[in-house]
Design a protein around this ligand. Structure first.
Ligand code: ATP
Length: 373
């Protein structure tokens, strides 16, 4: 009986040092079959090094990598059933689309008849059935992306690695390609591992995202988990926008308490499930702009619950961006606080106006300082 592994990829304590420098530090994770997994982190955190070890271009200093349950350590890149799409795509400019896609099959000695069937099938799956005869320079940026993916997928890899493939595209095309890539991954039902430093790409496309920082994974979760229940200050600040205050816990009963911020503001917070924050701890507090309500100063009609955080300030500026418009409010101690608002053009807040900012303790995410964030 053959047992199909539940995971296409397993990394176990994988590490890489360059001399004394530890670029990847004992990272362990598994990727369920047929999922879209992103590795998101700032420049230099070790994403590409990790990807290159999975592809076989770099030898780990420690740990193991298993694909479909079998270790691939010692297996050269061309013998691993892993394909990689690079930012520059690496299409062959002297070959037309058909020959670009057929190339890998020809190298494997596949017959011309079979190549024809496979290339046509993959062109149909990427919704470009009629471009086989085109030269590469005759394709749009988005079409080139799809051909680069088709060229890999025609070889039926266990895992497709994508190293910031949208990085070179203009903003509009990048937005369109995010959705496109997600649809393509569904279409092929193959595990895609995508590395990026762009959180909006990772959140939109992925089933699961790993947040990488200084060679380690800080947290792995669904986009929703990472956004709403970050485990660390680094994740809270790297994923999504947040207002951030530092301070000291003035009192805490285990489920929540009050922080005195460096600006002298008392801020109530509720601890997340399983989180213990002790009195006296140095902490960071994060509040997302969409959870802060901006109300005209002392507005009697504003519904404010007992225990809500409330601070006053003066409108500094309004940033119109359709439904995602934002107001920047200068707090009394000088800090700028961002809150999401709906700007309609009538009766909007105006710079210089006094306002109250209100948010619930449950929306204040609190983390003890580790020194690494
Ligand atoms: P970016 O998003 O900028 O591509 P990254 O997260 O992919 O960054 P890596 O390219 O993996 O980061 O690099 C991680 C760290 O390892 C960096 O400090 C880099 O300078 C270092 N590094 C990478 N390759 C080598 C090498 N061959 N020799 C020495 N140091 C290296």
């Amino acid at each position: 009986m053959t047992i199909t592994p539940a995971y296409d990829l397993e990394c176990i304590d994988i590490a890489k040092s360059f001399g004394d420098f530890r670029a990847v530090k004992d990272v362990s994770f598994t990727i369920p079959s047929g999922s879209f997994f992103s590795i998101l982190g700032p420049s230099g955190c070790g994403k590409t090094t990790l990807m290159r070890m999975i592809a076989g271009f770099e030898t780990p200093s420690g740990g193991d990598i298993k694909i479909k349950g079998a270790s691939v350590l010692g297996t050269p890149p061309n013998k691993r059933n892993v394909k990689m799409v690079f930012q520059h795509l690496a299409l062959f400019p002297m070959m037309n689309v058909y020959e670009n896609i057929a190339y890998g099959l020809r190298c494997k000695g596949v017959s011309n008849d079979e190549i024809k069937l496979k290339v046509q099938d993959v062109l149909e799956r990427i919704a470009l059935p009629d471009v086989g005869h085109r030269e590469i320079h005759q394709l749009s940026g988005g079409q080139k992306q799809r051909i680069a993916i088709a060229r890999c997928m025609v070889l039926d890899p266990d895992v497709l690695l994508l190293d910031e493939p949208l990085g070179a595209l203009d903003l509009k095309l990048r937005e369109a390609m995010k959705i496109e890539l997600k649809l393509l991954q569904h279409q092929f039902n193959t595990t895609f591992i995508y590395i990026t430093h762009d959180q909006s790409e990772a959140l939109v496309m992925s089933d699961h995202v790993a947040i990488m920082n200084e060679g380690r994974f800080e947290q792995i979760g669904t986009p929703q988990e990472l956004y709403h229940r970050p485990n660390t200050s680094f994740v809270a600040s790297f994923v999504g926008d947040s207002n951030r205050w530092s301070g000291k816990v003035a009192d805490s009963d285990g489920t929540g308490g009050k922080v005195r911020t460096e600006q002298g503001l008392d801020m109530a917070f509720s601890a997340a499930a399983g989180q213990t924050i002790s009195t006296g701890s140095e902490v960071d507090i994060f509040v997302r702009p969409e959870f802060i309500r901006t109300i005209r100063e002392n507005d009697p009609a504003a519904a404010i619950s007992d225990g809500d955080n409330r601070m006053s300030g003066i409108v500094d500026s309004l940033l119109f961006n359709g439904a995602n418009s934002r107001v920047l409010v200068r707090g009394w101690s000088g800090e700028l606080i961002e809150a999401d608002v709906i700007l309609t053009g009538t009766d909007d807040l105006a710079p210089g106006e006094k306002v109250d900012l209100v948010w619930s303790p449950a929306q204040a995410m609190c983390f003890e300082k580790t020194g690494a964030a």
